[in-house]
Write a protein that binds this ligand. Structure first.
Ligand SMILES: C[S@@+](CC[C@H](N)C(=O)[O-])C[C@H]1O[C@@H](n2cnc3c(N)ncnc32)[C@H](O)[C@@H]1O
Length: 229
């Protein structure tokens, strides 16, 4: 029989936003691998999963939050080898990620390494940043005849202005360290609507107007922006 794992999207934090299908797979899995970026053991994904299964099923796996490609590659390769062992032992393994597993997710890199070891991935979609933001803010992502763009926050203002002008709606992710670039671009473009959301769906969820005076100097990592030009 072909070996495979499930890669499950958990939504952005509200445990009620996990799909029924995801819950059923979590319940029937023997082992759930949960990525953790804090050495202190904090993990939003873990908190969500614990609403549905016991701690004994969890296998926390540390992923460094840096751009050291060599370290990241060896982390993914190491985990893929471990996952293969679990699959060879006949275990049903699930890997969980925040939001959707196909959007800026560790899951994509892990699945590529698993593929090399002949382990397939079945993806279970999760409610992601894009639809969480649009629904929370109550504005459509797109309507008939329009389009939208989703980007990692660029490092320069000109590129940001160009992207905002290119689409009726633009979503920027990983905004935190580059929020001043976004604020400058917004001042230049004067869009109809420019909001930043911190911790959507989590305790402490806050919506800011990107032109407002109360904007934090550096929002938390879990921050995204929606601009309507
Ligand atoms: C590594 S990406 C993960 C994206 C996720 N896979 C998805 O489908 O939305 C992390 C970025 O997603 C966005 N994000 C994740 N959770 C968020 C939340 N609760 N509120 C706002 N933005 C969030 C932020 O832009 C953050 O920097």
């Amino acid at each position: 029989m072909e070996n495979f794992i499930y890669s499950i999207g958990l939504g952005l934090g509200d445990p009620e936003m996990v799909t029924v299908k995801a819950v059923k797979i979590l319940e029937s899995s023997d082992m759930i691998i949960v990525p953790q970026s804090s050495k202190l053991g904090k993990s939003v994904a873990r908190d969500i999963v614990l609403n549905y299964v016991g701690e004994e099923k969890l296998n926390m796996y540390y992923f460094p939050m840096n751009n050291d490609q060599e370290e990241l590659d060896s982390t993914y390769q190491g985990l893929a080898v471990q996952v293969k062992q679990y699959c060879d032992e006949g275990k049903k393994v699930a890997f969980v990620t925040m939001g959707d597993p196909t959007i800026f997710s560790t899951s994509n890199y892990l699945c590529a390494e698993l593929e090399k070891l002949n382990i397939k991935t079945k993806h279970i979609p999760g409610i992601n940043t894009i639809n969480t933001l649009s629904n929370l803010l109550g504005v459509p992502i797109t309507v008939k005849g329009e389009n939208f763009g989703v980007y990692e926050m660029p490092s320069d203002v000109d590129r940001t202005v160009e992207l905002i002008k290119q689409h009726p709606t633009t979503i920027f992710m990983k905004v935190n360290k580059r929020v001043t670039v976004l604020q400058k671009a917004v001042r230049e473009c004067q869009p109809k609507f420019a909001k930043l959301v911190e911790k959507a769906g989590l305790p402490g969820e806050t919506i800011y107007d990107l032109t407002g005076a109360d904007m934090p100097e550096e929002p938390v990592y879990l921050s995204s922006a929606m601009i309507k030009s």
